[in-house]
Design a protein around this ligand. Structure first.
Ligand code: PMP
Length: 357
């Protein structure tokens, strides 16, 4: 079977060139006579791989030299608690912008470690609109402010970086990292699970400023950012194959240009689908126009049976994993970096034809 157009929210479509390179090197990486999966994480072959991946990530994201890069396991979900444990020791307080299920999840975890507040909560509008800066009720004594930049489930995206004065920002960028240029210097901690724009599940990337760490005590060693920094993500065995694949994905990003080029490509793809929604009598988007995600396009016909029929017909035509998250119902087309524009154009055509029929 040929490749389908896979609109999964994650694990998601990967650049085909990265998969083909991994396939070509599956039994012998770089003349080592070993698969990357078989290498000691402490040997010279893997050492070259992890250093290359980190360097490439630093260049693509323009990460300032004083920021540390960690390659961890546990998903973004572990970062909900790990970020709290490592930062809330400063004042015992933190603010969370609750704009979707994942930021609500992070807020819930934060509560286990200190006095945390929702500085904004958009559940009353069904998480369909990103709040304005003026709606954020920020506590200057918070140890940090946490938010999730792109809400994978509800299809909304912050289009500005909140201004929080001297309070460090902690940001979940799982579903938008590498999709556009980023001013890393505005953040204290950035974290992202790899399985959308960076590679396979099992790798979690954390980018952070060491000077903002104020851990609660006692903290398990694995969960202590300082110990992960000290050991270069080698406190235990890191997710070696994921680190290698991230390197290959970054090669692909670089071949396409820079993150400004990636942003332009992603915006072009998203506009194709939002144009269909805006001109349709059948498909509706409930998301506020100014809050629309470029990565996750969430829509519905408003009728659960018709939604089901659409998802089934689309799958039969080679457009797979379009079913929306159980929290929203309807449909979701996740169009991460690696989704080719042809996939989006053909899906748009298919939607128009489905509506006509
Ligand atoms: N945050 C966001 C924005 C996500 O999209 C996801 C996964 N879909 C998570 C957190 C949870 O990530 P993980 O499954 O890697 O723990």
């Amino acid at each position: 079977m040929g490749r389908v157009f896979n609109f999964s929210a994650g694990p998601a479509v990967m650049p085909e060139s990265a998969l083909r390179r991994a396939a070509a090197e599956i039994t012998d990486h770089g003349g080592s006579g070993m698969s990357v999966m078989e290498m000691s994480h402490r040997g010279k072959h893997f050492d070259a791989i992890i250093q290359r991946t980190e360097q490439s990530l630093r260049e693509v994201l323009d990460i300032p030299a004083h920021y540390k890069v960690l390659f961890l396991q546990g998903g973004a979900t572990l970062q909900f608690s790990m970020s709290a444990m490592n930062l809330i020791g400063k004042t015992g307080k933190a603010d969370y912008a609750v704009t979707g299920n994942f930021s609500a999840g992070a807020f819930k975890e934060g509560k286990r470690f200190g006095t945390v507040r929702a500085c904004v909560d958009t559940s009353d509008n069904g998480y369909t609109k990103i709040p304005a800066q003026s709606e954020l009720d920020l506590d200057p004594e918070a140890s940090y402010v946490h938010y999730c930049m792109n809400n994978t489930v509800f299809g909304t995206k912050w289009t500005y970086i909140p201004e929080t004065g001297d309070v460090p920002l902690v940001c979940d960028m799982s579903s938008c990292i590498l999709s556009e240029p980023l001013d890393v210097s505005r953040f204290g901690v950035i974290y992202a699970g790899a399985q959308k724009n960076m590679g396979p599940a099992g790798l979690t990337v954390v980018i952070l400023r060491e000077d903002i760490l104020h851990p609660i005590a006692p903290i398990p060693t694995y969960l202590d950012y300082a110990s992960q920094i000290k050991t270069n993500s080698m406190y235990n065995t890191p997710p070696t194959y994921g680190v290698y694949l991230l390197g290959l994905v970054l090669d692909w990003v670089r071949e396409r240009g820079d993150l400004a080029a990636m942003k332009a490509y992603n915006e072009k793809k998203a506009a194709i689908l939002y144009d269909v929604l805006d001109s349709s009598q059948m498909f509706i988007s409930k998301v506020d126009k100014a809050s629309r995600s470029v990565m996750n396009v969430v829509f519905t016909t408003g009728d659960a049976d018709k939604d089901d029929a659409f998802v089934k017909a689309a799958a039969a035509a080679g457009f797979v994993t379009l079913k929306g998250h159980r929290a929203t119902g309807g449909m979701r087309a996740s169009i991460y970096n690696a989704m080719p524009i042809e996939g989006v154009e053909k899906l748009a055509e298919f939607m128009r034809a489905f509506e006509r029929a």
